[in-house]
Design a protein around this ligand. Structure first.
Ligand SMILES: Cc1cc2nc3c(=O)[nH]c(=O)nc-3n(C[C@H](O)[C@H](O)[C@H](O)COP(=O)(O)O)c2cc1C
Length: 456
């Protein structure tokens, strides 16, 4: 059974000691230190009950693989199958009947004050407090198809924010389309929902996909929606907070710097403005925080399962002998990927490299290995790179590809559409059709009984 709401998931985390309360006062400029500390210990999610703001702040709920598995109600042996089955069986959203919990408190007009919310400043040189875990709901102004994706928001005043929406992400595309069509662009920032909805937002799908049905498929039950209070959009009825806004299609302001998912500050630059039209929340609303900055943070864990499943789904259609895909969290969950496959003919591993390079993930490193290599084990990858690769033949570099988002090794002062980079592909599979040395392992070691080692 899926979690009905955020609170139900938090209760499960608490019961498993995967969520703790911090009742002493921790200022919003220090909460990220506690978040990082807990992450380094692979520790629990955190509920800060006294930051000086009006609401508790819940963070680190995506910070470890164990919490991701709890979110999907799966274990390592079932997670991949479960996610793929969900992707193949989308379930459209349904309407909530009766008064929606997310509308228990409605704040409009002069009462709107973002500065009363517990919004941390994560890295010391950030341009100010950032809402980082917000699920942005927007829609294509031409087709009306809704999108959800994570986008960060810098608080500039009581009712003003600035934000970054890459032009190749759907919120960015919707803004561009609204400008071209001369229609207003509205959006809603949603916080505190069944975590599977947040993972669903990171699944890579084509632009005319209704993301709510992807979320429904992954949950195995429809997301229940209600019309937002002041914007023409639907939002999950049980959300803890909904911040409704209209994008200013004319003006830009300086936004940043921000400690990004790459682990580097992205310098401040001109970005769009938006005005808050309403804040709605549940009684006793729980606000959400999400640590960003040097990998690994919960930002990366949040992306890993959906990105791997999306890639597997698209690549395996053409290359059915792909067995495993790993996008490393330390590589920002997009810059470094390892694919295990059984090549069916000479050159197929190279085709896989090229197909992966052209995916929306924009990897900088693609390593293809044989199926006997565990793509999540760095020792096995190093072994394949060291002994199965003939560098002059097996390494390709493709230049003039679109750069990955916020890659600090490219010139970030150039406009985004002009940022180019290159990518490296390594065919670390054994040369196809040629004899190769036999692996010298210790066959039968797993079955050989060693009572002296019991309990280890
Ligand atoms: C925590 C988090 C914050 C993100 N912030 C941004 C952002 O500010 N701007 C952006 O363009 N992408 C951001 N992303 C990446 C997009 O959310 C992601 O690529 C998503 O798949 C885009 O979905 P969409 O194209 O369906 O909207 C963020 C991702 C995560 C996990």
């Amino acid at each position: 059974m899926p979690y009905n709401d955020f609170r139900e998931f938090l209760a499960v985390l608490r019961s498993k000691r995967e969520l703790i309360d911090i009742d002493r006062h921790v200022p919003l400029t220090d909460v990220s230190k506690v978040m990082k500390h807990s992450y380094v210990l692979q520790g629990p999610a955190l509920q800060f009950n006294d930051t000086g703001a009006d609401h508790p702040l819940v963070s680190n709920i995506y910070s470890t693989r164990s919490k991701a598995l709890l979110a999907f109600e799966a274990d390592e042996s079932t997670i991949f199958e479960k996610v793929l089955k969900g992707l193949d069986n989308p379930i459209p959203s349904v309407q909530w009947s009766g008064p929606a919990p997310c509308h228990e408190v409605i704040i409009t007009g002069d009462d709107i004050d973002l500065t009363r919310l517990p919004v941390p400043t994560y890295s010391s040189k950030d341009g100010g407090p950032y809402i980082t875990p917000g699920l942005v709901v927007s829609k294509d102004p031409e087709t009306g198809v809704p999108d959800i994706g994570h986008y960060r928001f810098l608080i500039l005043g009581k009712n003003i924010v600035s934000f970054s929406a890459q032009p190749f992400h759907r919120f960015g595309k919707n803004i561009i389309k609204c400008r071209q069509m001369g229609v207003k662009c509205e959006a809603a920032i949603v916080l505190g929902v069944d975590p599977v909805i947040a993972y669903a937002a990171q699944v890579q799908v084509h632009d005319q996909t209704d993301d709510w049905s992807v979320a429904g498929g992954l949950r195995g039950a429809p997301v229940e929606m209600v019309k937002a209070h002041s914007v023409d959009l639907e939002v999950p009825a049980t959300a803890e907070f909904v911040i409704e806004l209209e994008v200013d299609l004319e003006k830009n302001v300086m936004e940043g710097p921000l400690g990004e998912y790459t682990g580097y500050y992205t310098p401040a630059s001109m970005k769009p403005l938006a005005y808050i039209k309403a804040i709605t929340h549940r009684k006793g609303g729980l606000f959400q925080g999400l640590l960003t900055g040097k990998p690994v943070t919960e930002n990366h864990i949040l992306k890993q399962i959906p990105f791997e499943a999306s890639l597997w789904r698209s690549l395996s259609k053409q290359f059915p002998t792909i067995r495993q895909i790993a996008v490393s969290p330390a590589g920002g969950v997009s810059f470094h990927m390892v694919i295990a496959m059984e090549p069916r003919f000479a050159g197929e591993a190279r085709q896989v490299i090229l197909a992966a390079m052209t995916s929306n993930t924009r990897p900088k490193w693609v390593i293809v290995v044989d199926p006997d290599i565990d793509v999540r084990n760095p020792n096995e990858i190093d072994w394949a790179l060291s002994f199965r690769v003939r560098p002059a033949k097996d390494i390709i570099v493709i230049d003039n590809l679109p750069a990955g988002p916020s890659d600090p090794s490219v010139d970030l002062s150039r406009p985004r559409p002009e940022r180019i980079s290159s990518a490296v592909g390594v065919d670390a599979t054994r040369p196809f059709g040629e004899p190769f040395s036999e692996v010298a392992d210790v066959p039968g070691w797993e079955e050989f009984d060693v009572p002296e080692l019991d309990g280890r």
